[in-house]
Design a protein around this ligand. Structure first.
Ligand code: ATP
Length: 251
């Protein structure tokens, strides 16, 4: 098991964003987290990465308790995320954005450029080779030196995934990666997430694009008002009457 979410609750003042939610993810799975707006999906990402601590419950990653660990330590253990809104460095090139992702977990830690020690320069070279390879993976080889704000929307979204992958995650958290994408961009995203799976990386996906979720995911948890409404395969979820009434019926 890669991730085990056990009885997680989160209160913000009087709001119960999550109540007693449990689920677990097996290695190599693409796991969907779906539900209506405000159901608590992003809050669950914030619990896993400890942007905020849970009010109660435990999170285990690869058999190790990570509840309460500092966010950078959680990144170092191999969990990386993207955000609902694009958070690229808009004035930096595609390559530079990916390098920042690599440095977030690299041993040298700092952006050493040509002035660093020999081992920092070797590390820099390794990260550059990797950035090139990741840009190829996400279909952006032609845009290595393009300033990210000049990329098309779908390309920026894929660049975010490349940046997240640069930290060598074992678990990738994607928060609505298809939001705002047109059909062909969504198709490209589908193939990209599949390629990520082929590399042995486990993915937890928040997404409102139901055809994409149903096509991609091995398993799905549905949240509703902060509670787990259902869990199962795409087929089970699509046929679950409670899920249809609470969410799918309105899509
Ligand atoms: P969406 O699909 O719209 O992104 P979501 O399922 O990701 O929704 P969350 O963003 O997790 O939902 O929000 C769950 C609930 O928790 C909402 O009522 C939200 O207003 C509340 N909430 C989330 N973060 C905070 C915060 N930092 N402070 C106060 N309330 C919050």
């Amino acid at each position: 098991m890669v991730l085990n979410i056990k009885n997680i609750s989160k209160n913000f003042g009087g709001i119960s964003a999550l109540t007693d939610v449990s689920f677990s993810i097996e290695e190599g799975e693409i796991y969907g987290l779906i539900g209506p707006n405000g159901a608590g999906k992003t809050t669950m990402f914030n619990m896993i990465t400890n942007m905020f601590p849970p009010t109660s419950g435990e999170i285990t990653f690869l058999d190790e308790q990570i509840t309460g660990l500092k966010p950078y330590k959680i990144t170092n253990k191999g969990i990386c995320r993207t955000f609902q809104n694009i958070r690229l460095f808009s004035q930096m090139t595609a390559t530079e954005n990916v390098l920042v992702g690599g440095h977030s977990r690299s041993k040298s830690g700092v952006f050493s450029g040509v002035f660093g020690t020999k081992s920092q320069r070797t590390e820099e070279e390794r990260l550059r080779v990797k950035a090139k390879e990741l840009l190829e993976l996400v279909g952006l080889s032609e845009y290595e030196e393009t300033v990210s704000e000049n990329l098309a929307y779908g390309q920026q979204r894929r660049l975010e995934i490349a940046r997240a992958l640069a930290s060598d995650p074992k678990l990738l958290l994607l928060d609505e990666p298809a939001a705002g994408m047109n059909e062909s961009e969504t198709d490209e995203l589908y193939f990209l997430i599949k390629k990520v799976q082929e590399r042995g990386i486990t993915t937890l996906l928040i997404e409102h694009d139901m055809p994409l979720v149903m096509k991609l995911c091995d398993k799905i948890t549905v949240l509703n008002f902060g509670r787990k409404l259902a869990e199962g395969t795409p087929e089970e979820i699509q046929n679950n009457q409670m899920v249809i009434e609470a969410y799918l019926g309105s899509e």
